[in-house]
Ligand binder design. Sequence first.
Ligand SMILES: NC(=O)c1ccc[n+]([C@@H]2O[C@H](COP(=O)([O-])OP(=O)(O)OC[C@H]3O[C@@H](n4cnc5c(N)ncnc54)[C@H](OP(=O)(O)O)[C@@H]3O)[C@@H](O)[C@H]2O)c1
Length: 307
Amino acid sequence: MNILLTGAAGQLGSELLPLLSEWGEVTATDRSEPADLKNNWLKADISDGGEPENLLNRLRPGLIVNTAAYTAVDQAESEPQTSFDINADFPGRLAAWAKKNNARLIHYSTDYVFDGNAARPYVETDTPDPLNVYGDSKLAGERAIAESGCEHVILRTSWVYSSHGKNFVLTMLDLARRGLSLKVVDDQTGCPTSARNLAQASISVIREWQASGAGGRTGVFHYCDDSTLSWHDFARAIFSFSVSAGLLEKEPELAPVSGLEFPQPATRPNWSVLDTSKIANVFNIRPASFSGSLQAVIREVRARGLK
Ligand SMILES: NC(=O)c1ccc[n+]([C@@H]2O[C@H](COP(=O)([O-])OP(=O)(O)OC[C@H]3O[C@@H](n4cnc5c(N)ncnc54)[C@H](OP(=O)(O)O)[C@@H]3O)[C@@H](O)[C@H]2O)c1
């Protein structure tokens, strides 16, 4: 099977690339190119008005895994067009091609499609109502895929981190390394998710599809790791594990702060916890351990050295 992986240099894409190679001939694409190029790699900017259909017609993938995304949540407020081009128009075009050519699509969306007013974890049938442009554009992408009628799985996830790329863990470690005392928001609650676990969940979807066909196994599913935390709790866990792992000498001073005292261009939901029962029931995918996954990422950062 030919597989097209987009966003292959990102947090999730780079975790998926080695795993997908076991399932077929992978063509990886992103707008940057890794130094240690191992796979078929196409350097392409998907916001430049190019025709994804040309590439798809040439590669004829049976499976498209679309991790490419405009993920700069605050910047999206001032670049709505680019955000919609990448997060809505592009996946819609992939989906239309997939429908026409009997390909399957795995795509990713976000907890930020919700407004955060729920009093329990969000299920897939809850009505989305995004508070920011990023969430709006990701919701538009979900809808474009659903309307195409192609066989798809959209994994909605939250607070993704890994040992590389732009994420909360590396930002906190950088601030701590510089000896700064920190204020971190404690009234926004969600579920941090390791990119590797999300990649493994994606592989489990492919395994199930291969084993039993896609019938009834299409649509939106929530996947996140197993703990519900505030950003402040998350930071405390990062520092505590980093000291234990010998990555930091001591924990920095860390004070809780309300989101209202820390204004950002994009409004975030105060509560964006995802219920993962559906993916457990349909695909037998269970949330991985937050603690074990964060410790693994911290060990990787330590092995590589904190820059
Ligand atoms: N990160 C999170 O906390 C989070 C939370 C919920 C859902 N998600 C969703 O999970 C999925 C994976 O996220 P991630 O954290 O792996 O994102 P990521 O690290 O930002 O990776 C996205 C990749 O897409 C690339 N990309 C962006 N614009 C492009 C363009 N115009 N042309 C070609 N490539 C482009 C990025 O390149 P550049 O690095 O050069 O921009 C990056 O390599 C996304 O669908 C995201 O919306 C993420």
